[in-house]
Design a protein around this ligand. Structure first.
Ligand SMILES: Nc1ncnc2c1ncn2[C@@H]1O[C@H](COP(=O)(O)OP(=O)(O)OP(=O)(O)O)[C@@H](O)[C@H]1O
Ligand SMILES: [Mg+2]
Length: 459
């Protein structure tokens, strides 16, 4: 806790309530106590409005019962009625004053509290002296002092003022009351109540201040934590982005190398084998059927390598773009037995960056794989459509569906979502058990204006 320059701890506590033993264990910042004071002003005024209304209601209700209760007491009713009337007018005044600017409203509120104590004591004094029970009715009004927060010195001054007002208003107009045998006892009771109000007030003020400061400290701690989590998340996402880009680059390189190296060797081997087979067949060699078997195996090997190449990185994506690659992928799926896969392109892929085209292709690949592997679908529909400054890829199947909210061990769906995020897009999974599944990927595209803007508007 920052100590006010030049102020001793005791003086600091008396004036601000924020002594080191009160707030020393809380992570406070300069300005916190001032913020508490302002907040307390606002809350205190709300409490005063509520109390004013409550007291006016109670006063009104008691007013109605006075004729019965006070009937046996001669002369009490008129004084009480005047007091109740004054209290109603006073209550309205307090309510109105509470809407003044806060500093004036707070000063007036404390003044009103003292006036209330004095007013009640004056009325009670008119009704009876210390040997009657009327004086005791003033005690509860001292508790009005607890309505708002005050620094210790201020608190002591308020309680003293409230008590002084009671004594002055009760005994002032009737000095003879001081000679009453019960006067000493009545005054001691009043002072004891005042001491109680002071002690409760100091405890309450301390608790209110600490609670507020704890709240501020907790808010700051949680903001710090949030910032750290956001920073870490950003860091992890950057790492994921880099890992994904590296994986895709590696796949592309591997595909190119595999294509160039094995493609040539395989073609060469096939030519040599064809010539050897022809010779062996012409010479009627027993090796001819063996060579034929090898040729068949070579063809299978060729298919395997081509499949591998396609899985690593289809050339069509780099050569002809996303739409052609998507159509090609859909055709491959359509060729599988017991399944139709229709592809409809309602938009082109202009403005789709290479990274986004790759992401869309991988999402389509995974969505089709899932539909084939898990859905038992008979029909899959793939559409590529345009929306405002974006493209939408939809893969819908009529299979068994699933609950997207239930956790799975697979990585496919999570990977699709991550790819969409990395590209500034979004992935929507709509599925329910027994009702098929639809995967919708939305990707932003670079419009001509955006590209122009990026180029600095150069024509
Ligand atoms: N089109 C679909 N129809 C029915 N169920 C699906 C469909 N797509 C996904 N699922 C269900 O969601 C689960 C999670 O799919 P996800 O692609 O994340 O993992 P996976 O396919 O099981 O494994 P991975 O993709 O990692 O090889 C699947 O196991 C499957 O139960
Ligand atoms: Mg999968």
């Amino acid at each position: 806790m920052a100590r006010s320059p030049g102020r001793r701890p005791l003086a600091q506590w008396l004036v601000t309530g924020a002594g080191p033993w009160v707030v020393g264990d809380i992570d406070t910042q300069p300005g916190d106590v001032e913020a508490f004071r302002r907040e307390n002003e606002r809350a205190g005024l709300v409490r005063i409005r509520r109390l004013a209304v409550l007291l006016m209601l109670l006063n009104g209700a008691a007013w109605l019962t006075d004729p019965w209760l006070l009937d046996p007491l001669p002369g009490v009713q008129p004084a009480m009625a005047e007091g109740r009337f004054a209290m109603t007018i006073f209550g309205v005044g307090v309510l109105g004053a509470s809407y003044l600017p806060p500093s004036a409203a707070v000063a007036l509120a404390w003044l009103s509290g003292a006036t209330l104590c004095g007013g009640v004591a004056y009325t009670m004094g008119r009704i009876g002296g210390p040997s009657t029970s009327w004086f005791h009715s003033t005690y509860p009004f001292l508790f009005v002092a607890l309505l708002g927060w005050a620094a210790p010195l201020h608190r002591a001054a308020i309680v003293t003022a409230f008590t002084g007002c009671v004594l002055a208003a009760y005994f002032g107009p009737h000095p003879a009351y001081l000679a009453d045998p019960m006067a000493g006892s009545a005054i001691v009771h009043l002072l004891l109540t005042a001491a109680l109000v002071l002690a409760v007030g100091l405890g309450l003020d301390r608790a209110r201040l600490r609670l507020f400061l704890y709240g501020r400290a907790a808010g700051r701690a949680s903001a710090r934590l949030e910032a750290r989590v956001a920073e870490q998340t950003q860091h992890i996402q950057a790492l994921l982005d880099r890992a994904e880009t590296a994986r895709e680059d590696e796949r592309r390189e591997l595909a190119a190398e595999l294509h160039d190296e094995t493609g040539q060797v395989l073609t060469g081997m096939r030519l040599v084998l064809r010539a050897a087979r022809a010779r062996a067949e012409r010479a009627g060699s027993p090796l001819a059927p063996v060579l034929a078997q090898i040729a068949e195996m070579m063809q299978e090997l060729g298919w395997t390598v081509r499949n591998l190449l396609v899985r690593l990185r289809p050339r069509v994506l780099d050569d002809l773009g996303f739409v052609a690659a998507a159509e090609w992928l859909a055709q491959r799926t359509d060729a599988l037995p017991g399944l139709t896969c229709a592809f409809e392109a309602r938009a082109d892929d202009a403005g789709l960056s290479a990274a986004r085209a790759t992401a869309a292709f991988r999402v389509l690949q995974e969505a089709l794989t899932n539909a084939v592997r898990h859905a038992e679908a008979s029909r899959i529909t793939v559409t590529w459509d345009s929306a405002s400054e974006s493209r939408v890829l939809t893969v819908a199947d009529d299979g068994r569906g699933f609950d997207p909210a239930s956790p799975t061990a697979g990585l496919g769906l999570a990977g699709m979502i991550e790819r969409a995020r990395m590209c500034g897009g979004a992935l929507d999974v709509r599925a329910a058990p027994g009702r098929g599944a639809t995967i919708e990927l939305t990707l932003p595209i670079e419009t001509e204006e955006a590209t122009e803007d990026a180029r600095g508007g150069a024509p």
